[in-house]
Write a protein that binds this ligand. Structure first.
Ligand SMILES: NC(=O)c1ccc[n+]([C@@H]2O[C@H](COP(=O)([O-])OP(=O)(O)OC[C@H]3O[C@@H](n4cnc5c(N)ncnc54)[C@H](O)[C@@H]3O)[C@@H](O)[C@H]2O)c1
Length: 286
């Protein structure tokens, strides 16, 4: 497969929960990835974490076992992304930091390269107002874990151009994902609905009305959710969840999005969910 005469490749920014998950999906579909993070410790464990996700994806039949995996390169700065066909930003949910990184990406890649943000909550147009060539900026909200969940939310900001939308369609085809295009705004569709619900679930526990296990059992058993809201919080990462709720609260004024005291306490205690070994549940090694 070539695109504009070049072998297509992806640059992924952020080697956290989502950056590693997206990388596993992309290399698992045979495309090379340059994974960029400023945290050396994150980079040092990234290759193993990608390998672990690929192993799990293969065990579950979520990615093809046949065919070569894409090559993985690791880098500490945006310069390494110069030749990328698509740039995907999956760094910390912080609007100022994301805008800065998008300026670095825009300076590194060829003009016209689609620049994708995986933000959960920050309006694409808010970022577009702070970066060059906003026409090339588009939101693609990969779900967690990316190798398993085949449907994605695609956010077309008011300044996103057709060339970027077409490039995203090409990428999703190569990754065998289905995109649903939605309008821009805090939390788009999925985080606007889901994050508020998880926050309410935490408040219910904090009020002493039900245990963590019972809240999840009710939402799973009565309402058919595959995973209860508090186990989902652990999967997302409670630090990231609080960041996203803060974005939602600050931009909508919706009291239901003001981060629950219980969530804030877990972040302060370092109980961020699966990634630290403990959140609402225990996950073995910390
Ligand atoms: N966790 C989820 O379930 C989930 C789902 C969908 C979308 N998202 C979104 O994806 C993004 C990443 O979330 P996450 O859960 O992976 O966060 P995370 O905290 O696990 O990882 C963030 C990574 O970004 C890196 N980073 C920070 N500044 C950087 C910079 N200047 N350049 C390169 N890397 C930098 C950090 O070192 C860290 O490794 C956020 O915008 C989040 O809202 C998260």
């Amino acid at each position: 497969m070539t695109r504009n005469g070049r072998t297509p490749s992806v640059a992924v920014f952020g080697a956290g929960v989502m950056g590693v998950g997206i990388t596993a999906l992309v290399v698992g579909r045979g495309l090379p990835v340059t994974l960029v993070d400023v945290d050396q410790a994150r980079l040092e464990t990234a290759r193993k974490r990608v390998r672990d996700e690929l192993r799990m994806a293969h065990m579950m039949g979520a990615l093809p076992r046949r065919g070569p995996a894409g090559e993985l390169s690791l880098a500490g700065s945006a310069v390494a992304a110069a030749d990328a066909t698509w740039a995907i930003e999956a760094i910390t949910e912080d609007a100022e930091l994301k805008a800065k990184v998008h300026r670095e990406i825009a300076a590194a890649v060829a003009p016209g390269t689609p620049r994708i943000t995986n933000t959960s909550s920050i309006p694409v147009d808010e970022l577009a107002g702070q970066v060059p060539a906003p026409v090339d900026l588009v939101g693609v909200h990969f779900m967690n874990p990316p190798y398993l969940i085949g449907t994605l939310e695609v956010i077309r900001g008011p300044r996103t151009g057709e060339r970027a939308m077409s490039a995203v369609r090409d990428l999703l085809t190569a990754l065998d994902r289905k995109g649903i295009v939605v309008g821009d705004g805090p939390g788009f569709v999925t985080s606007r609905v889901l994050h508020r619900m998880i926050n309410d679930a935490a408040n219910v526990v904090a009020e002493g009305r039900a245990t963590v296990e019972d809240v999840d059992a009710l939402m799973e058993g009565c309402l058919g959710h595959p995973t209860g809201p508090l186990r989902t919080a652990d999967l997302i990462g409670i630090d990231n969840l609080v960041d996203s709720l803060t974005v939602l609260y600050e931009r909508t004024g919706d009291e239901g999005c003001r981060p629950s005291e219980l969530l804030l306490r877990k972040v302060a205690d370092g109980d961020h969910g699966r990634k630290t070994g403990r959140g609402f549940y225990e996950y073995g090694t910390r």
